[in-house]
Design a protein around this ligand. Structure first.
Ligand code: PLP
Length: 366
């Protein structure tokens, strides 16, 4: 077989793509850092420091049917989600994380050259998945304070000359934790495209979800996840609230077993233990506020108010990249982005109080 056969068979756009730089697995990182995982202050990925509800662990241990394929329609999980999200089950589609649903939306809506409007700085998967689906991305960058530039988004749609299909919005936004106002959302819903509001962090916000608007709004989709509030990031469970016309297409399109049985069992058990999980959400929100106040007092750092489980801080008068590196050497993981608009920032997830203590002692010392 000629050596270059596969080179010719692989899609040229994929062959040209820059390789993905994966986040190192936590165990490998702890070996590289020469530290016990328990000693590492891991505040870089907005994970839930309290982990899953104890009911999830019990339910996973006692579940007897792992050898049987999952229910492709996720009937029981969708019924429980309907109650939790306050929207009938027919509007709800679970996914292997919200990430899978972002990919599905791009693949169902985009034909080659169609346009996705993205509002950076924001979560990276919208841009990534749009390009994988041969979409074109037009950026409508956020303002310096990370608020949406609504007129800029409208201009980007006009620039697409009728090819804009999806607008990705994030509320609270990652990395700053700011919300979209209802007024801005309503104005953007007048655009002739699908408006996706990614609410991965909405459980930490003092604002209602937009999910209940979906049944009466033909071009609104809302994405949610169990990764953050329910501590199930490793099990991969998200869901979307989609208009019925989109549901019809997604049912035809989705992989039958996209959500595995363990994630389903864990999701159901989480929804049966809301008081425990809500008490933890409250602890995380309090910790976020405390972290914000502490960061305000640290020279060189200017934190932004956040409605999510993390705080973004501008670093002034010193290098954010070096600060991130020095913290890494001391066993503390925070997020630094080598990206336009974010090079002078660090993002810190709200952890347990003792993690905040250890991190802020380091920040004061370094
Ligand atoms: C805004 C946003 N959406 C979605 C996700 C991914 O969610 P999931 O873990 O359900 O794929 C993240 C994860 O960091 C995120 O920040």
């Amino acid at each position: 077989m000629p050596d270059d056969l596969l080179t010719r068979l692989i899609r040229p756009d994929i062959a040209r793509m820059a390789p993905y730089t994966p986040v190192k697995p936590f165990e490998a990182l702890s070996r590289e850092m020469g530290r016990d995982p328990a000693d590492i202050i891991k505040l870089d990925a907005n994970e839930n420091p309290y982990g899953p509800s104890p009911r999830v662990i019990e339910a996973l241990q006692s579940y007897p049917w792992y050898h049987i394929y999952p229910d492709p329609q996720q009937t029981e999980l969708r019924a429980a989600l309907a109650e939790y999200a306050g929207v009938p089950a027919e509007y709800i589609l679970p996914g292997h994380g919200a990430d899978e649903l972002i990919d599905y939306l791009c693949r169902v809506l985009l034909q080659p050259g169609d346009v996705v409007i993205n509002c950076p700085p924001t979560f990276g998967m919208y841009d990534f998945d749009a390009r994988l689906s041969l979409g074109q991305v037009i950026d409508a960058p956020r303002r310096d304070d990370f608020s949406l530039d609504v007129a800029g988004i409208e201009a980007a749609v006009a620039q697409s000359q009728g090819r804009a299909r999806i607008l990705f919005l994030t509320s609270p936004n990652n990395p700053d934790g700011g919300l979209i106002s209802r007024q801005d959302l309503e104005r953007l819903l007048a655009l002739p495209l699908l408006v996706v509001v990614d609410e991965a962090y909405i459980e930490f916000a003092d604002a209602p979800s937009a999910a209940s608007l979906v049944p009466q709004t033909p071009n609104l989709a809302v994405l949610r996840t169990f990764s953050k509030w329910a501590g199930l990031a490793g099990l991969r469970l998200g869901y979307g609230v989609f208009p019925l016309a989109l549901m019809e297409a997604l049912w035809k399109f989705k992989q039958p077993y996209n959500v595995n049985v363990a994630a389903t069992v864990a999701g159901l058990a989480s929804l049966q233990d809301l008081p425990t999980l809500r008490a933890r959400i409250q602890l995380i929100k309090e910790e976020r506020e405390r972290l914000y106040r502490i960061l305000q007092e640290i020279p060189h750092l200017h934190p932004l108010p956040s409605q999510a489980n993390f705080v973004l801080s501008r670093v002034e008068g010193r290098s954010a990249r070096k600060l991130h590196r020095r913290l890494f050497e001391e066993g503390a993981l925070i997020r630094y982005y080598d990206k336009p608009g974010l090079r002078d920032f660090i993002r810190i997830s709200a952890g347990r109080p003792e993690q905040t203590e250890r991190l802020t002692t380091l920040l004061r010392r370094l």
